[in-house]
Design a protein around this ligand. Structure first.
Ligand SMILES: Nc1ncnc2c1ncn2[C@@H]1O[C@H](COP(=O)(O)OP(=O)(O)O)[C@@H](O)[C@H]1O
Ligand SMILES: [Mg+2]
Length: 391
């Protein structure tokens, strides 16, 4: 049995709400995405783009790839705002080191090992063909991962990367490139390049499904030798709304509370406390957008009721909801029999700056629907619903 001190120490390793996963034991699900990366590596001349929303687990997947695929050298680079084509390749090449055996020159001399380092040539503006030339005499399979590619604003870099993918695909099929970033489509991330259609595979990183989210909880509690009430698990899964960040956050606070009160089981009481802390700990922009959306001088806060109804509404595959879905929830939670017109004003306002742009209208004028502008907001609103009812 672990002591409470040991459990608290482990807790910070097991629940990492703000850091990507770096340990295969803590990495849950994403089998489809891993299988697709395997195909990309195995099919010569193929490359990949992994795209999805913020916080869905893209970097965690990238970290885990180098532990799963052991027969290939992997260099992972995190791009930033100031990077360009040259700096990202410099960083990437620095991460690859080969040990080569030198041919002995004289009689009776033993072969010696030497380290081969890769460099971009010293030319004014290196381009795709310069990158290609580096790998001409390197037979090893190498996977280059460029994470946070969306943070690069330099258009020329995107064009040169697209050219590089094409050239490598034609001439150096043992080199694989995977580009990762926040985007809702591949084109948004790397631009439009018809010549890449055949050699670039798209991998979407969706929100995690309910089973994956629940598995994060079971797996972590197992390591911590803790149990949880079924109601704690189902509520945490529901509130997280597919975001692993919120599962880690809620479980961290709840488990900490349980351990420090010597409870071997996490209960609803612990969840109530965890929700308060998690709201407090949430990102500043989320909190201020929410505060703007629900501000009201009245006791009966209709903006809050409408926003809560949005978070509870049934969504389609694009995560959008219609006025009738919202109205159904609104009438349920306020115990009214209101018509569409009575919430239309609030819905319109929630799409405006003075209400924090919390919703975005999608679809055509005749058949528009709504979406949370920042998808994470849905989880934050659900925590507030719980807190309002309990608190
Ligand atoms: N497969 C996973 N299993 C368990 N936790 C995960 C998984 N993927 C992501 N997480 C957790 O979710 C949060 C966001 O993950 P991260 O990889 O940083 O997302 P992204 O790079 O898409 O913004 C982190 O707290 C991370 O620990
Ligand atoms: Mg990331």
């Amino acid at each position: 049995m672990k002591t409470n001190e040991e459990k608290i120490q482990l807790l910070y390793e097991v629940f990492s709400p703000s850091a990507p996963i770096e340990n295969t034991e803590l990495f849950i699900g994403r089998r489809t995405q891993i299988a697709r990366v395997r195909d990309i590596i195995e099919e010569r001349g193929h490359h990949g783009v992994i795209y999805g929303g913020r916080g869905v687990g893209k970097t965690s997947l990238a970290n885990i790839l180098s532990m799963i695929f052991e027969n290939i050298s992997i260099a992972k680079v995190t791009c930033n705002r100031t990077d360009n084509f040259v700096t990202i390749w410099q960083k990437a090449l620095k991460k690859i080191r080969f040990v080569a055996q030198n041919q002995p020159v004289g009689f009776n001399t033993k072969p010696e090992n030497s380290i081969i380092e890769l460099y971009l040539p010293d030319v004014e503006s290196p381009d795709a063909s310069d990158v290609e030339a580096i790998f001409e005499n390197i037979p090893d399979n190498i996977l280059f991962i460029f994470d946070e590619f969306d943070s690069i604003s330099d258009e020329e870099t995107k064009i040169k990367m697209a050219d590089t993918i094409k050239v490598l695909s034609d001439n150096n099929p043992h080199i694989t490139i995977i580009i990762i970033g926040i985007a809702d489509s591949v084109t948004k991330l790397i631009g439009e390049h018809p010549s890449l259609e055949r050699c670039v595979r798209q991998i979407e990183m969706p929100l995690m499904n309910l089973e994956e989210i629940a598995e994060i909880i079971y797996n972590s509690l197992d390591i911590l030798q803790l149990k949880a009430e079924a109601d704690f698990i189902s509520k945490t899964v529901e509130y997280a709304s597919g975001f692993p960040h919120y599962v880690h956050l809620l479980c961290k606070f709840a488990a900490k509370r349980a351990i420090s009160s010597n409870s071997p089981i996490i209960t609803g009481e612990h969840l109530n406390v965890a929700i308060k802390y998690s709201i407090e700990d949430s990102n500043h922009s989320i909190k201020s957008s929410f505060a703007a959306a629900v501000k009201s001088a009245r006791r009966q806060n209709q903006f809050q009721d409408v926003l809560f109804s949005c978070a509870l509404s049934k969504v389609d595959s694009e995560n959008s909801f219609g006025t009738s879905d919202i109205l159904r929830e609104y009438n349920r939670i306020t115990k009214q029999n209101a018509e569409r017109e009575s919430i239309a004003y609030n819905l319109g306002m929630l799409c405006k700056e003075e209400r924090g742009f919390i919703l975005t209208k999608v679809g055509t004028a005749k058949k528009y629907r709504f979406r949370f502008t920042n998808p994470v907001m849905k989880a934050f609103v659900k925590l507030n619903i719980h807190n309002t009812i309990i608190g």
